[in-house]
Design a protein around this ligand. Structure first.
Ligand code: 5GP
Ligand code: ZN
Length: 142
């Protein structure tokens, strides 16, 4: 897509610190470096978000992620773990609308990354959960 910043990175019109690429994906350092080594893995094909993947592209992209994640982890003995995140939609903090997966190396529980969500389990009855389950199951296709 012409004006997409990540498509421009795929075409090398914008420079990036690329750590891996092949015919399907490109992986490069996130400019923000949330923690050292913070990497983005993107499909070379422009799609906006997770809702636009077909099974073949999803399989092709995800099959590359463990190898890239291992390389990032092995690059620094201080990396003890990794969060892998994928934001979809502005409401979910997506700011670049070309699908991407964040690989965020974790050094300690007190490094510069945090992710929290509330435990609301005490607000749901089994019936509430069953209704949510049913409404989602009704939309699972083949
Ligand atoms: P999002 O908020 O959409 O999940 O993540 C977008 C990410 O893209 C942000 O973490 C941001 O730092 C990164 N980013 C935005 N523009 C550029 C750029 O031009 N180059 C690189 N390497 N990363 C970028
Ligand atoms: Zn794009």
């Amino acid at each position: 897509m012409k004006d997409c910043i990540f498509c421009k990175i795929v075409r090398n019109e914008i420079p990036s610190y690329t750590i891996y690429e092949d015919d399907v994906v490109k992986a490069f350092l996130d400019i923000s470096q949330g923690t050292p080594g913070h990497t983005l893995v993107i499909p070379k094909k422009h799609i906006a978000n997770i809702f636009e993947y077909d099974p073949e592209l999803a399989a092709a992209v995800f099959s590359r992620i463990p190898k890239i994640a291992r390389a990032v982890k092995d690059s620094n003995p201080d990396i003890k773990g990794m969060n892998i995140l994928n934001n979809n939609g502005q409401v979910a903090y997506q700011s670049v609308f070309h699908s991407h997966f964040h690989l965020v190396p974790r050094y300690t529980n007190h490094d510069d990354f945090s992710m929290t969500f509330k435990d609301n389990s005490n607000k749901y009855t089994p019936d509430d959960l069953k209704k949510i389950q049913d409404s989602i199951v009704a939309h699972i296709g083949d």
